[in-house]
Design a protein around this ligand. Structure first.
Ligand code: NAD
Ligand code: WQD
Length: 340
């Protein structure tokens, strides 16, 4: 029987790519989003790529009554919960905005799943839960470090809420996917990342600089204890990341989970420096980027990348797209957005 998946936050960057991959894999999809950090272009892009008139509900997951109607209207057994705010700096400046939105929306999902006897949930977690890890690469067993932002804290708290809920309520199965640094866009260039205001993340800042929207990229620090002095991260292609969600849902639907709550790292397994990324972007797209070295950004970890063995072995998932192809897709998307 065809399975339906509710994708909360599905108008956003990762959610829209995941909706496409779910449909490609034979699932039906319902998107629920309040467009607080997105617009309808993501949903329209999903519809265009797949040729399916994917249902969209404009709803705030924090609004219990309104969200309940989505559960009443649609017969999904699985949910992928992307809906959250994600700006680390903003979360430090205004923590209650983050605790309210990220915790309440997630608790509503869990409560409504119980009320309506819906079974499977994937939660969008983050490598931010590891902080500055003592050993690299990080495995799922690597201890989490105390969060240094309200955003990071909401990811840790939601992981714990999911663990405790699955332990207590037998009807629930949960998977937390810890994303490393998602970048790139769909090969069609019809969906991608749409940051509002000045981008905080590296790749959107690079593409906007290349497009002339930003004057100059600042590389935050060249004196870290790394081979070239810049920070190391695990940049994961957004389509590969989207596919990890499909296999996570299928694992629960097919009853293949080893335990009812599981955690998987979703990365490539490679640490890439800021300089390497910038030079790769220039080479692949045959352009020169205006950049300068700037002071370190407070709060940055020096280096983090994933041990992906568990996802490789248990989910049968592996990152496939090359960094070059991903960086080309990021630029193709920026050109699409700017009409270049
Ligand atoms: P995004 O902002 O593009 O997508 C999130 C979507 O959720 C947006 O469309 C927004 O409008 C919606 N939303 C927010 N609060 C809502 C609410 N209360 N009700 C309904 N909709 C709501 O962000 P993204 O990059 O696609 O991230 C998706 C998820 O992945 C988030 O939970 C984020 O914390 C997590 N994550 C992202 C990254 C990253 O670097 N992008 C890394 C790790 C984890
Ligand atoms: C990557 C590298 C910067 C911008 C953040 C969140 C994390 C997760 C992913 C959600 C770092 C450097 C950046 C710039 C730069 N999100 N940089 N110039 O910090 O690894 O992770 O996004 O869960 O929680 O903290 O990603 O893209 O901001 O930075 O030199 O203009 O690029 O210092 O080394 P980060 P990022």
């Amino acid at each position: 029987m065809k399975q339906t998946v509710l994708v909360s936050g599905g108008a956003g960057y990762i959610g829209s790519h995941t909706a496409v991959e779910l449909i490609n894999a034979g699932f039906d999809v319902v998107i629920a989003d309040n467009l607080s950090n997105s617009d309808m272009s993501g949903v329209e892009g999903v519809r265009k790529i797949t040729g399916i008139d994917v249902p969209f509900v404009n709803v705030d997951c924090c609004d219990t009554e309104a969200f309940r109607k989505v559960f009443e209207q649609y017969e999904f057994d699985s949910i992928i919960h992307f809906a959250a705010f994600k700006a680390v700096g903003e979360s430090v400046a205004d923590p209650m905005k983050y605790y309210h939105n990220n915790l309440l929306s997630f608790m509503n999902v869990i409560n409504l799943m119980r009320e309506f006897n819906r079974h499977n949930i994937v939660f969008s977690s983050s490598a931010t839960v590891y902080g500055e890890a003592d050993q690299l690469p990080v495995t799922e067993q690597t201890p989490r470090k105390p969060a240094t932002s309200a955003y990071g804290n909401t990811k840790q708290m939601c992981e714990d809420i999911l663990r405790d809920s699955v332990n207590a309520y037998e009807s629930l199965n949960g998977i937390a996917l810890r994303y490393f640094n998602p970048i790139g866009a769909h090969p069609s260039a019809l969906i991608g990342e749409l940051p509002r205001g000045v981008p905080q993340n590296l790749v959107p800042f690079i593409t906007q600089t290349a497009a002339g929207v930003r004057e100059c990229l600042s590389i935050f620090g060249d004196d870290y204890p790394t081979p070239d002095g810049s920070c190391l991260r695990d940049y994961i292609d957004v389509v590969d990341l989207a596919k990890a969600h499909v296999v996570a849902i299928a694992r629960m639907v097919d009853g293949k989970s080893k335990t009812r709550y599981e955690i998987f790292n979703v990365g490539t397994g490679n640490g890439v420096s800021v300089f390497e990324l910038v030079r790769g972007f220039e080479r692949v797209n045959d352009l020169k980027l205006n950049y300068k070295v700037a002071p370190r950004r407070p709060g940055d970890v020096v280096a983090i990348w994933a041990d992906t063995s568990l996802a490789n072995e248990e989910l049968g998932w592996k990152a496939e797209r090359s960094l070059d192809d991903t960086l080309a897709s990021a630029w193709a998307w920026e050109k699409h957005v700017r009409g270049l």
